[in-house]
Design a protein around this ligand. Structure first.
Ligand SMILES: NC(=O)c1ccc[n+]([C@@H]2O[C@H](COP(=O)([O-])OP(=O)(O)OC[C@H]3O[C@@H](n4cnc5c(N)ncnc54)[C@H](OP(=O)(O)O)[C@@H]3O)[C@@H](O)[C@H]2O)c1
Length: 275
């Protein structure tokens, strides 16, 4: 596994996303066996970073992750989860949300705890409450590292001023089809030693489309697939990690094939100009 390092913290460069596992906004138990198998398979193939959230399946995605990780050496795993904006009204609500996530995850610590996104109203209060709660959770050993998600550069700076701990990631949408982070956030992350975690990194599989001819041509040159090149484009950036959802065995195998090689600078430029 490749890692990216900030503040002496090693984070696996490729993680497993879990949005839609166990439902969307409400729990759906009908495909539990399939998702448990998918999470287990990913860990068995070396994907030790799992990304989830209290919101996913109204907590059921965390429960599925919890069912699997209890059978593994916890120290070898890196679990990210997120507190929902509706729990940022008071510090206590954030602390309770974290404790509920811990219970569902069947674990006594969260490796990386994120604010999922900031509510547009009262966002200063939400930021203060969450950073103060995060500091307490770290102090109590319930959370190892803290981060944010869907934050602008300005919001990351504001959040950092409100916590004693280092914000080690901002998780945002980033793929060849959405290169917005390249305008400002990516440079900021490199300068401030923050990991940019790319979500929806393969644009939900759309990057596989034959219409992206240049992507397929580059893939052919490296004996890789369009999806592998799309992920490699992200991982070749300093400080970027990616967390695709890969439920099927074939998708997992293909995803893992993005690791441990590099795109030449000239091909990175071609992709940059094409997308
Ligand atoms: N912080 C946030 O606000 C936020 C927002 C969105 C997502 N996320 C996180 O980021 C993770 C990834 O994002 P995402 O799930 O939105 O999108 P994604 O990872 O870009 O795409 C996932 C979709 O692509 C399919 N897929 C996987 N590998 C493929 C391949 N090699 N070829 C073709 N299709 C492939 C998956 O199918 P199968 O699963 O059936 O294999 C799934 O349908 C989420 O699961 C979640 O953990 C965070």
């Amino acid at each position: 596994m490749e890692y990216k390092k900030v503040n002496n913290i090693k984070i696996p460069a490729l993680g497993l996303g879990t949005w839609h596992m166990g439902g969307t906004l409400i729990a759906n138990h009908s495909n539990d066996a399939e998702y448990i198998e998918a999470i287990k398979r990913a860990i068995d193939r070396g994907i030790t970073h799992i990304d989830t959230a209290e919101l996913y399946g109204a907590g059921h995605a965390e429960e599925l992750v919890g069912k699997v990780i209890t059978n593994y050496d916890r120290k070898k795993l890196f679990i990210t989860t997120k507190v929902s904006p509706n729990h940022l009204l008071t510090k206590n609500q954030v602390i309770n949300a974290a404790k509920n996530s811990l219970r569902r995850l069947n674990t006594d610590y969260i490796d990386l705890y994120l604010v999922h996104w900031l509510p547009p109203l009262l966002y200063h209060n939400a930021l203060k409450n969450s950073m103060s709660a995060f500091d307490q959770l770290v102090e109590e050993g319930l959370v190892r590292h803290i981060g944010v998600s869907n934050f602008s550069v300005r919001q990351v700076k504001e959040a950092q001023e409100l916590t004693k701990n280092k914000i080690i990631t901002n998780q945002v949408e980033y793929s060849l089809l959405n290169r917005n982070p390249e305008t400002e956030l990516l440079d900021f992350c490199v300068k401030e030693k923050v990991i940019l975690t790319a979500y929806t990194p393969i644009a939900k599989g759309r990057l596989n489309n034959e219409a992206f001819k240049i992507l397929h041509e580059i893939a052919k040159k490296y004996k890789k697939t369009a999806i592998q090149v799309s992920l490699r484009y992200l991982l070749d950036k300093e400080n970027v990690i990616a967390i695709p959802k890969m439920t099927s065995e074939a998708h997992l195998k293909e995803g893992i094939g993005c690791l441990d090689w590099n795109l030449k600078k000239e091909d990175q430029e071609i992709l940059k100009n094409a997308f």
